[in-house]
Design a protein around this ligand. Structure first.
Ligand code: ZN
Length: 383
């Protein structure tokens, strides 16, 4: 099967993050098994989603070291988007292949699967590994489980390539992403009796302003890294709800905020500043009005940033194969930071442009798939 055949097969399975990805995982697993390989799955607690990891051993049967090719199997939804063709049917127009996930990032997985027979026929001193995850699009939920399993099974990998769409150019760094939900609990009262209540919305607003203040400080004073399109860390409040009636002091206000930190800033330190503000300023103020007031903050997502070393063998290999020396750092997150955190040097490089990801009429250019195939063949040959 060609990459295009594989892509048609993969996009036909609707793996929007809210759905199970097992149809796709089983398709891949069965193909690998039929080639005599031994893929293993790691599932979520409900058994509705799974990661897949498969080692293509070295010529001497060795399974340690080598390079992992990594991709996520889920996609973002098509809800509310007006597609020109059916989003789960691969459609070719003008040298482009349209479908949800064609670019982000089933194209890379399709190339990898199409080349498995060639990888197996390539004499290699080191193994090649396939690492497919679930729920990347909802804050990299699946990959940590796979990485923990790798560690438990004593599998060592020398380097990883995460095939997110980068137009086949190496990306060596990206920001971290952390999302949090905050619930501010005050006390309800008739709105004419303000001294008897504790207004959750107003106190939440003060915390939101403090968060905004942090954002402005970073923007004005850094730290900066000019290689990023947004060269400083950001923090922003993106959802809010609270109150039950126009004439009732609200008991509850809930909001979510997220920050995207440059890899040199620690997410724990950033959240620590927010926690300190809540503890020393916000809560005492609220509890003067109502001793039972509380503020709960819960982590919804945590994906570490990536900061690949130029000296790492994987960085040098990807730079050599793509003949690309530019330092590219991006604002969007990937699983690469998790791999790096697990001690596996990692670079992001894959077919398609991030410009097309997540959008209506997502596509990958056929030419990008061809470039990716050439690149992957050379990766295998390098081993
Ligand atoms: Zn992606």
């Amino acid at each position: 099967m060609t990459s295009q055949d594989w892509l048609a097969r993969l996009v036909a399975i609707d793996t929007t993050s809210r759905n199970s990805n097992l149809g796709l995982i089983e398709t891949v697993r069965d193909d690998l098994r039929a080639r005599g390989l031994d893929p293993w799955l790691s599932s979520n607690a409900e058994g509705t989603k799974a990661n897949l990891f498969c080692t293509l051993p070295a010529q001497d049967g060795g399974t340690q070291g080598g390079i992992a090719l990594s991709g996520h199997t889920d996609t973002v939804p098509v809800d509310g988007q007006d597609w020109s063709s059916a989003p789960f049917t691969l459609t070719e127009r003008d040298g482009r292949l349209y479908a949800r996930g064609s670019c982000d990032m089933k194209g890379f997985i399709a190339c990898t699967m199409a080349l498995v027979p060639e990888f197996l026929a390539t004499p290699r001193a080191k193994p090649l590994h396939l690492a497919l995850s679930y729920d990347e699009e909802i804050a990299c939920i699946g990959a940590p489980l796979m990485l923990a399993d790798l560690q438990q099974r004593g599998v060592k990998v020398d380097g990883a390539i995460v095939g997110e769409p980068t137009s086949m150019q190496p990306v060596v760094a990206h920001k971290g992403l952390n999302a949090w939900r905050c619930r501010v609990h005050g006390k309800a009262a008739h709105s004419s009796l303000t001294p008897q209540g504790c207004n959750a919305i107003e106190h939440a607003a003060q915390l939101i302003c403090a968060i905004r203040e942090m954002a402005e400080q970073w923007r004005a004073n850094g730290p900066f890294d000019q290689f990023y399109d947004v060269p400083y860390s950001t923090i922003t409040t993106n959802l809010i709800g609270g109150g039950i009636a126009m004439n009732t002091i609200p008991q509850l206000c809930e909001f979510t905020y997220e920050f995207r930190n440059l890899p040199m800033l620690s997410p724990a330190d950033i959240q620590g500043r927010i926690d300190a503000y809540v503890r020393t300023e916000l809560l005492p103020r609220m509890q003067r009005e109502f001793p039972g007031a509380t503020v709960e903050i819960e982590n919804l997502a945590a994906a570490p940033g990536l900061d690949a070393s130029e000296q790492a063998a994987i960085t040098q290999l990807v730079r050599a194969l793509t003949a690309d020396k530019s330092v590219r750092k991006v604002a969007y997150g990937t699983e690469a930071g998790l791999f790096q955190g697990a001690g596996i040097p990692t670079v992001v490089c894959g077919p398609g442009s991030i410009e097309q990801a997540h959008k209506v009429d997502e596509f990958v250019a056929i030419d990008q798939l061809a470039q990716c195939e050439k690149f992957l063949r050379e990766v295998a040959a390098s081993l």
